[in-house]
Design a protein around this ligand. Structure first.
Ligand SMILES: Cc1cc2nc3c(=O)[nH]c(=O)nc-3n(C[C@H](O)[C@H](O)[C@H](O)COP(=O)(O)O)c2cc1C
Length: 398
């Protein structure tokens, strides 16, 4: 791992931990600038290895250590990849240990750029990126969002450590990527249907199952585009996430993402919205009658995509039911034009934790398709996600 001199260098401490947890040996090179942000002591303690700092180090270079370093690794990750490191490699500079290792390596290189949005969008950085990609360098991120500098936002945030781990694993284990090249459009979370500017109709969906499935599909190599309703959990690693509020926004975003190889609809979309959203906050006034809400039906996203002119080859819907779980799912399979319905019993009597399936961490699902019904054992939502991702991979590569 080559650590460049940017504020995001602190995130590499977590990245080293995440990689070591997964059994990888991590050997670090720090640029001089990187040492202004984090210390070789922390990097050495977390990587449990010597940290390499200097091209002209007499102890490390008695056997031309920079060439050895560049060859012993299976992969070189540059995180954060500064504008400067990108420029150096794009132009063949080798005047410090980091750039010399990058120039001398015969192994794949993955860069996780991190910089101010203006530096990232500068024509020089854009040119360097095109050159590096043409030279076979792979990139993860950067993402959009708040910068460490106050008041700055835009594209330039370093990818999160788990996203970088997913990109590393994809490069190191291409055979575990049965979904490489497959585009999947998904939904997750609840929708919020406004009553007035401060109130809304919602449901208890947390997005945990949908987000876990998105991450599990991305880990199998899929290009996952996730349309998420309002949730409080982080965007899943390695997934392109779009944030929406209402059912209508969710449908428009999904349709804009077609065509796709698969559409997987996990979101608990509100069936109804008010037909008269107030533009001002509704006031409680003495003597005034209690307002009544009049509801209209929302678009049915699963049914719309199940019968769409650009219908993905595989359409999977999730059904939250409190009674007659399997019979209801069988009905939905046909009505909604889906290939598979993943039915879960969200009644509080489902025996899963005090809050049940919605919002909880465990789930029990039944897969209903034209082939019949298959019930998976109760498990954590992450484990259910892995099992479902494997089944979806099977269906998409059949
Ligand atoms: C406080 C501070 C933050 C910086 N953050 C970044 C950054 O996020 N990305 C970047 O490309 N350069 C950043 N720089 C500039 C680099 O540190 C500078 O270009 C340095 O020469 C990079 O050296 P290196 O590429 O050898 O690590 C920052 C500089 C300072 C003083």
């Amino acid at each position: 791992m080559i650590i460049g001199g940017g504020i995001a260098a602190y995130k590499c401490l977590d990245l080293i931990r995440r990689l070591r947890e997964r059994g990888y040996a991590v050997r670090c090179v720090m640029t001089e600038a990187a040492q202004q942000f984090i210390t070789p002591l922390s990097v050495g303690a977390l990587s449990a290895d010597h940290v390499f700092l200097d091209l002209f180090d007499r102890a490390d270079e008695h056997d031309v250590g920079h060439i050895r370093l560049s060859r012993e690794a299976d992969l070189i990750v540059v995180a954060p990849a500064t504008a400067d490191l990108m420029a150096k490699l794009a132009n063949g500079h080798a005047n410090d240990l980091a750039s010399a290792v990058l120039m001398a390596t015969d192994k794949p290189v993955l860069m996780a750029p991190a910089m101010n949005p203006r530096m990232w969008s500068h024509p020089a950085t854009r040119r360097n990126r095109v050159t590096l990609e043409a030279d076979g360098v792979r990139f993860v991120g950067p993402n959009k969002g708040e910068m460490a500098e106050s008041g700055e936002a835009g594209e330039g945030r370093m990818a999160e450590p788990l996203e970088i781990v997913a990109a590393i694993e994809a490069l190191l284990n291409p055979k575990d990527q049965p979904l490489a090249g497959k585009r999947i459009v998904m939904t997750s979370g609840p929708t919020h249907e406004p009553i007035d500017p401060v109130r809304y109709i919602a449901n208890r969906s947390s997005g945990k199952q949908g987000h876990a499935l998105a991450a599990a599909l991305a880990a199998l190599g899929a290009d996952v585009h996730l349309v998420s309703g309002p949730v409080t959990i982080p965007d899943p690693a390695g997934v392109t996430t779009y944030h929406v509020e209402t059912a209508r926004e969710m449908l428009a975003q999904v349709e804009g993402l077609l065509p796709a190889d698969a559409g997987i609809f996990v979101a608990a979309v509100a069936d109804w919205r008010t037909d008269n959203e107030a533009s001002q906050k509704m006031k409680k006034e003495k003597g005034k009658p209690v307002p009544s809400l009049s509801l209209v039906e929302n678009p049915d996203i699963l049914a719309t995509i199940g019968h769409h002119a650009q219908r993905p080859g595989l359409v999977v819907g999730f059904a939250a039911e409190t009674n007659d779980v399997i019979d209801n799912a069988k009905g939905k399979l046909v009505r909604k034009g889906a290939d598979m319905i993943v039915a879960n019993d969200v009644s509080h009597g489902s025996g899963i934790g005090p809050s049940g399936v919605m919002g909880g961490d465990r789930n029990r699902v039944h897969l209903v398709s034209a082939d019949g019904v298959e019930s998976l054992d109760e498990a954590s939502k992450d484990e259910i996600a892995r099992q479902l991702a494997a089944k979806i991979a099977e269906a998409l590569t059949r």
